[in-house]
Ligand binder design. Sequence first.
Ligand code: KE4
Length: 431
Amino acid sequence: MTDRNQTLFDRAKQLIPGGVNSPVRAFKAVGGTPRFVQRAQGAHFWDANGQKYIDYIGSWGPMILGHGHPAVLEAVQKAAMEGFSFGAPTEREVELAEEIVKLVPSIDMVRLVSSGTEAGMSTIRLARGATGRKTIVKFEGCYHGHADALLVKAGSGLATFGNPTSAGVPPEVTQHTLVLPYNDIEALEAAFQAHGADIACLMIEPIAGNMNFVRASVPFMKRCRELCTQHGALLAFDEVMTGFRVALGSAQSVYAQLIPGFEPDMTVMGKVIGGGMPLAAFGAKRAVMEQLAPLGGVYQAGTLSGNPVATACGLATLKEIQKPGFFEALSARTQQLTAGLQGAAEAAGVPFATDSQGGMFGFFLMNELPQNYATVMTTDNARFNRFFHGMLDRGVYFAPALYEAGFVSAAHSEADVAATVAAAREVFATF
Ligand code: KE4
């Protein structure tokens, strides 16, 4: 039988670099042929051969309700009939801003944009403009989109200014980006000791989903907050992935329960707030946000920012996740999955460690949960790839890279989890 995924992939590679519009989709890390999605519904999608999969990516986080939620579909269809885009303000942008500010108390004001990259890039520019400082701190293993200043890997040694991770980024652009090891308080303190007076912001993924699933430890996060406050730097939470995904109040509400009075100064959001449509945002206290054009001197703009169809999708999604019991049920389903996978691995004597928060999870083929990027990357790639493909062959679609997190939606059923765990038992038995 013709593999339509392969036929489409061959066609795509003639016209689109790597055959994909975002690199991780090309399966380069795991090998094999990417699945071209024909349609999706609930917790499932069907590929170009009509093969059904249980979807644990959900567009890398946005599809928290599952695919094709009726209330969201209805809202999008209605909005589309009223017009696709105006380049003028609309009521729904105000409603979405009100929802975000209501759900994230650290934010007084918000600006809507079209991608997490745009939100992260704008946050950096705003932090620099608001503080008059140049240096930004990020952590190895955290991804904040592909803005030049943020495409930086750790230099040699602990606290050094970064080198570009991408061709086409001149070193002059990354010379003010300091890359530190995640969860390393000593390196953090050394960096602030040496550069504190020039640090505009520290940007962090509070639960790092771009090195699979690594939590910032409470002492480390507490120290980030203290040092930013002490040195007049802005603490920016990149919650593009964790926002409205790990808890209704996002990851910052999880840390506020662990660290009394904790809140970041700025927040980057995306994914869930667009419900699968191109929509992201960044927010902060009023005094910072009012530095933005047209009020202040920090320029930022976007043709499709606050797009009326995307805001309808995001609003309908945020409405559903606020329903009583939503996150309790989502967390329980996610924990059912991770516990089941853990049990399957243990039954086969395969080293396995897993963690989750709300509808976001990660797992590692190792005995303990890693605390930083260097440890994550000691994972045996070949074993991960065997697990990935074994599950894919059995109709379970996990992230095609060991450094990516996984996502459960409200549409994932007990039966989906049972089927996933049964598949894992079969695959682990071959290890
Ligand atoms: P986008 O520009 O892709 O909308 O968002 C960038 C971004 C920013 N911050 C965090 C914490 C993110 O996780 C992302 C994007 N996440 C990746 C998944 N690791 C998106 C998938 C992809 O790149 O295709």
